[in-house]
Design a binder for this molecule. Sequence first.
Ligand SMILES: C[S@@+](CC[C@H](N)C(=O)[O-])C[C@H]1O[C@@H](n2cnc3c(N)ncnc32)[C@H](O)[C@@H]1O
Length: 223
Amino acid sequence: MTNKIDTEESRKKIGFVKKLSDWNRQPAIFDDHTLKIDGHPVMEDWEDGYMKKLADITTFKGGDVLELGYGMGISTRYIQNNKSVKSHHVVECHPDVVIKCINDFREEINESKMHVLSGFWQDITPKLKDGSFDGILFDTYPLTEEEIHSNHFWFFEEAYRLLRKGGVLTYYSDEVKQISSNHMLKLKTAGFHEINFEVCKVNPPKDCLYWQDDTIVAPIIIK
Ligand SMILES: C[S@@+](CC[C@H](N)C(=O)[O-])C[C@H]1O[C@@H](n2cnc3c(N)ncnc32)[C@H](O)[C@@H]1O
């Protein structure tokens, strides 16, 4: 018998901010392996291999890339390492995380290899033109109880609008081995019909509050 943490209950227990803007008032606490904000386990570096897979999917066509959520910058680094990427825009809402991003990628930003858009994606992406990107990597964090394990659902329509035909969307999927029927329906309702995925092996620590399985799905969603 295993004593797995309930990854939904554990985060309900931590509690969520009342207004989205309150998230940005809590300090972002980085150590060598994790990022915590307001007591939430926002990012942990056991995800490195998974982040590499998501970055590989996003940059498959090279070209213009949009990334949502900087966190510890693990996927950002993998995207930057791909020389076929022409432009790379990163959207991040938290001011401390934006500062970390600018410090980590000062050279790339100065050379216009990377652009940081500071704010909530909900406010920023509506200002971006239709069909602007070849690849999109969405990896934010649920900021409300309702979004636990499903914060990506709210982005699908916007992703469809922002991608060029043939462009690819990938994201932190919250799926263990396949894409559930509800999840599939959300993608199809947004306009996506070419829906594939790979199953990645992961090894989260036993006390991880947001993932307790040894696999996670890397979506490959083509417009
Ligand atoms: C899981 S981390 C991203 C991890 C990143 N892929 C990496 O490899 O380190 C999520 C990030 O998204 C940011 N975030 C959460 N909600 C957001 C939103 N609505 N718009 C923009 N950024 C958001 C958080 O502040 C956090 O820095």
